[in-house]
Design a protein around this ligand. Sequence first.
Ligand code: SAM
Length: 374
Amino acid sequence: MAVTVIPLADLRSTAALPRLATHSRPPEGQLIDRRGRPVRDLRISVTDRCNFRCSYCMPKEIFDSSHRFLPHRELLSFEEITRLATLFAAHGVTKLRLTGGEPLLRRNLEALVEQLAALRTPDGLPLDLTLTTNGSLLARKAEALKQAGLRRVTVSLDALDDAVFRRMNDVDFPVADVLRGIDAALAAGLGPIKVNMVVKRGVNDHEAVPMARHFREQHGGNVVLRFIEYMDVGATNGWRLDDVVPSHELRQRLQAEFALEPLAANQAGETAQRWRHADGRGEIGFISSVTQAFCGDCNRARLSTEGQLYLCLFARQGHDLRGLLRGGASDAQIAGAIADIWHQRDDRYSEMRGELSVQGATDGPRIEMHYIGG
Ligand code: SAM
């Protein structure tokens, strides 16, 4: 029998320790990178574990019982996360998104939510605090998360058809439980909810229209369904361009069923192109990370489970903020280091990936999605 070996580059511990800045006071104000992009959105991965094994993200063959997940001591503590989030807020971050792995697997996550909900921008405003989840534990946790101060949730759901969904999550998890989670989140006041569907050709693209119909009819304006182009993140999912359904193709299919009108972006740096049902019964979005890379106004920073700062989903190198935290650096020093890192930021990996794939080149191993979060 032929055996396929997929090299899994473990990039979890290769981050460089940032140079310690000499600032005696934290540098204040909005950080801007070399391409004029501010930092606004901090995505915080709270665990590298997940209870799903979606083949496009954590394929079972690789993330099996022999895979070594990070031991608890390697994870940032809630206090460490909050300390970093405070420094990022002083630097212009207005939005925090908890992710993973599956963030609801992190024990007592509500305590972290409570700490983050207390943070303020320099103008004294609360941050937009959200969470991305596969929804499997949401029915149980929605109310407590809301009480702790969570504002909204994004739920990942790739199909309505139970058999398709069970195949995709590859742990036989039923779609009905995720739908219950969405209902619970709406009832708890965590709406409007975004539902993210990764579309893979020949696997679930036929589910796009039923998904759009379901959320339009059941939830109208309270659930925004967003279609995500399947991305070449990480090194384990065997990504092929042929598996991607370009957003424009999907939109045509949806427009054959529904009257849709384009909407303006809510804010700069928004990942989705927004459309609304012309009769006012809800909104859908397209996240075209592959066919229309949107590096130009990317304002996102990503903090890995073990405290490495990544400036892009496709980066190969992080910056070891945990090393600073645990090495005794002061707030001023860490804030200075973050400022130096962001000021140097010059990447536009997604746009370059387009250029490289046209040339047929490869650009080496990258971090895995379950480690850095979506
Ligand atoms: N477990 C949580 C969840 O399911 O939302 C958070 C982490 S998960 C890595 C975040 C998002 O990334 C999910 O919506 C998932 O579908 C998406 N994702 C993972 N791999 C992807 C890929 N190769 N292309 C596009 N989206 C991907």
